[in-house]
Design a protein around this ligand. Sequence first.
Ligand code: C2E
Ligand code: CA
Ligand code: CA
Length: 527
Amino acid sequence: MLAQPAGEWSSTGTADELREMFGLVAGDARQLFALPVMWKDRLCGAMLLGWQREVVLEAEDVAYVRDFADRIGVVLSSSAREARLFYQARYDALTDLPNRHLFTERVTQEIARAQRSNLQLVVLFIALDRYKNVNDTMGHAAGDALIREAAARLRKHLRESDTLCRFGGHEFAILLSGDLGPKQADVVAQHAIETLSQPIVTGDVESFITATVGIALYPNDGKSAAELLRNADTACGRAGGQQNYVYFTDSMNQLAMQRSTIERELRQAIERREFMLYYQPKTDFQSGRIVGAEALIRWQHPQRGVVNPGAFIGVAEETGLIVEMGRFALGEGCRQFSDWHSRDIDLRQIAINVSNRQFRAGTVLKDISKNMVEYGLRSGELELEVTESLMVDNFDEVACVLRELRQLGASVALDDFGTGYSSMSYLERLPFDTLKIDMAFVRPIKDNGEGGAIASAIIAMAHSLNKKVVAEGVETQGQVDFLKRLGCHIAQGYFYGKPLPPEEFEALFRRQNPSGGELPNQSAASV
Ligand code: C2E
Ligand code: CA
Ligand code: CA
């Protein structure tokens, strides 16, 4: 009979004590022989031999039994080691919570059950947003304590049947089982966010973290554990570190999938020179003549045809590929402009978009002056469209570069004006020529002028700053009338013309700007 002691064990115990200690019913044994089972010099059990009569054991028998007990010690030790390894492979040492492997196993099991019984499951993915900060500034010990406390708080709000796991460094995941849906997910997500936003005291320091939660539901958002977890994670990323919880949607996945494809294809597209520029007219409100064009990049995709920047400019910005693309736009725009001039299309100005990343890359000034010289652009003929966000980080340095740009003879337009983080105080000190009212303030202008308060304020401001003002996204006659009356100088929008390939722009220009003769009706110019 083999037993492990339930309490402290003394080798001097009586048979009755031994029986009690090991919780054994040793029948009517009159004599018990106990042998310790040792593992690494530690007692981990005892072997008991019982006889119904008194016996005298021979030395040989004792040796035999002792050998047997030793073997059992070895077996026990290896099964303990296995148990330890099993535990280490499935639990997180810091929090004692299941780790991602065990969690994935449990999700898989629950999916099988849910499938059989037609149930829903909820997976929540929780990221601690400012954990890295604490870890970096206060050290790993504080970081560890924080994780432990976060785990304890999360655990508190869950039912026994739910599984909480530490998914990775600063990430947790929760599986809610038992036919639960969005209603319960809402509650758990809100609890998690709220409980983690309470200050965490470690030692004598208070730290503040916040949590973001992404939620995926079985069966809608994934049929396998891996898919559900990935989608909950994607949703969490979308919550954007705003103490927010977000449900996974299909479109997130499409985007995530497209992203890597787009990046790969963009790199190829740069090599294969698949980009081209479209040109959108900028029309003088008063004369109705086209006075400029904004160059807008297009991707001539070998399978998908012409792709608008909305589908790739974000990825290009993130990956820095925009620097190369912007350089192309600058060169090609200048080339086209000078080509038009050589063929009597005397457009006054060409506008090129310049991304903040191009400024950061530090080659903007050189690229611009090189192209202006190469294609013979004169002062005022090249306008660079930059966004307000450019000024946020380093106003003085940016202002300095813009000043130099203007010395080269380029003008500067503030694009998408009114949508950035503008602090009005910078406007007076910033060297720029043109304000472009974002279409968000043009779109609401109704035929009776209602909805035009912001556009009209921006126009008034541009006047008093002595800047040229352009309205973007002008689409209706009502908007034209309203903006024109307020003294907006230039219109850009579908009312006057969509972005067009160079030949079509050329044709529009010739129609709209006949040398000498009468202007055609304005709306006839809209494409
Ligand atoms: P953006 O600079 O604000 O360009 C204006 C966008 O508004 C263009 O979209 C244009 O087609 C669209 N648009 C113009 N008029 C109207 C209108 O009346 N109604 C509506 N609904 N939309 C109108 P597009 O060409 O898709 O360009 C989108 C953005 O991509 C641009 O916004 C710009 O931020 C970026 N982009 C385009 N080309 C370049 C480039 O060469 N370099 C850089 N850095 N960014 C570029
Ligand atoms: Ca622009
Ligand atoms: Ca714009």
